[in-house]
Design a protein around this ligand. Structure first.
Ligand code: G3P
Length: 223
């Protein structure tokens, strides 16, 4: 399973990359703004720095919504590094841009996807990745918590028609979401640092280690 960190924080990216548990990175305008990255040059430089850390794909999101502007912005982003994946919102102009970039062999990530029908369109337009937003859908649709049904439907549809688009579970807020995505066969998940690092934790690991260390101390005193 492929793991991306959902972050624009270089320290977080380096730390998880050094652990060997992430393959790439996803960002969005909110995450870039959180790091104080504004202005065209600093945005492109920051993406280059991220690409220098990881070996896999780095999703860089366009902020334009007009077709021509999405294409221009997407080209500028993709020229930064061959690891860049142009992240495009699920809107009509976005679909057209996904189709354009697919024909031009530029990788894309269709973002802000909240239904199987949107994911079907993203695959038809030729998206490299589709990002169903899990927790945001459940926040909105509290009664049914339908994100897992959405993911499972997307998986079935893509398998039925052999679409190559990779399912990238996004808006992941805790380890339960990560494990559920893995069980449902998501190709990739993207999650914040906190959720990815929490996969390490188990209380029995902590208590077991404490006991091993205590027992070894006793052994040393015998010598
Ligand atoms: O990057 C997109 C997505 O992962 C955002 O997650 O937690 O802001 O809904 P969240």
């Amino acid at each position: 399973m492929i793991f991306f960190i959902d972050s624009a924080d270089l320290n977080e990216i380096r730390e998880l990359n050094d652990l060997g548990i992430i393959n790439g990175v996803t960002t969005n305008p909110s995450l870039m703004a959180k790091e104080g990255i504004v202005g065209a040059n600093s945005i492109l430089e920051h993406y280059q720095e991220i690409c220098n850390i990881v070996t896999g794909d780095v999703s860089a999101e366009v902020i334009s919504t007009e077709y021509k502007d999405i294409i221009e912005e997407g080209h500028k982003l993709s020229e930064v590094d061959k690891k860049i994946v142009v992240k495009i919102p699920m809107i009509k102009n976005g679909l057209k841009a996904l189709h354009y970039f697919s024909k031009n062999r530029i990788k894309t990530n269709c973002t802000l996807v909240f239904s199987a029908s949107q994911a079907l369109l993203a695959a038809k337009a030729g998206a490299t990745y589709v990002s169903p937003f899990m927790a945001r859908l459940d926040d909105w649709d509290k009664k049914t918590c339908s994100s897992f049904e959405m993911l499972s439907d997307i998986k079935t549809i893509y398998q039925n028609y052999n679409y190559n688009t990779k399912i990238l579970g996004a808006s992941i807020r805790n380890k339960d979401y990560i494990i559920k995505c893995a069980k449902l066969g998501a190709d990739v998940i993207t999650a914040p640092f906190k959720s990815l690092i929490s996969l390490i934790d188990h209380p029995l690991t902590d208590s077991g280690l404490k006991k091993f260390i205590e027992d070894f101390k006793n052994f040393k005193t015998l010598n």
